[in-house]
Design a protein around this ligand. Structure first.
Ligand SMILES: [Zn+2]
Length: 156
């Protein structure tokens, strides 16, 4: 089971803050507003940098870039070279994010909006939980844990 947190604490020595999560279509206005508030909070310290993956379908990655830009934070942005899992796609992109980050925050959604027309899964198959919707960000956070980084799931 993932470590779900509601405190979003940045620990001493954590400078590169990975922020991952769903694409734009999975958000509602309220969940987007909540995600943006959380990102703003995660990047509140002027010493931190953001690490993110510039998802071509928008969402968390783009919120993170916009907020980092506004706050003047350093950004490490790794867009996928190709829109496929592998080779040279999302998997490689996610690994770069995990390696560059000192901590990865996976912002995940408790439910999909009624208007969402994409594929729906009953559980998050990465985390084996039904408390949030499956997200590629979970893969990145799990990978980060496997290589010894801290990963925190924030369910909104
Ligand atoms: Zn998950």
């Amino acid at each position: 089971m993932p470590t779900v947190s509601t405190t979003f604490k940045i620990l001493p020595g954590e400078t590169n803050i990975g922020i991952v999560g769903p694409d734009q279509a999975k958000f509602t206005k309220p969940t987007e507003a909540r995600a943006r508030l959380i990102i703003r909070y995660l990047l509140r310290d002027p010493k931190v940098s953001v690490v993110s993956g510039h998802c071509p379908d928008g969402g968390i990655d783009i919120f993170a870039e916009e907020i980092a830009e506004e706050l003047g934070r350093r950004q490490f942005i790794y867009p996928p070279s190709n829109q496929r899992w592998e080779p040279y796609g999302y998997k490689a992109r996610n690994i770069r994010i995990a390696k560059k980050s000192d901590v990865v925050f996976a912002i995940v959604l408790r439910e999909l909006p009624a208007h969402y027309v994409g594929q729906r899964f009953r559980i998050c198959y990465h985390c084996k939980t039904d408390t949030h919707v499956q997200s590629g960000g979970c893969w990145t956070a799990k990978y980060a844990e496997r290589i010894g980084k801290r990963a925190v799931w924030i369910e909104i």
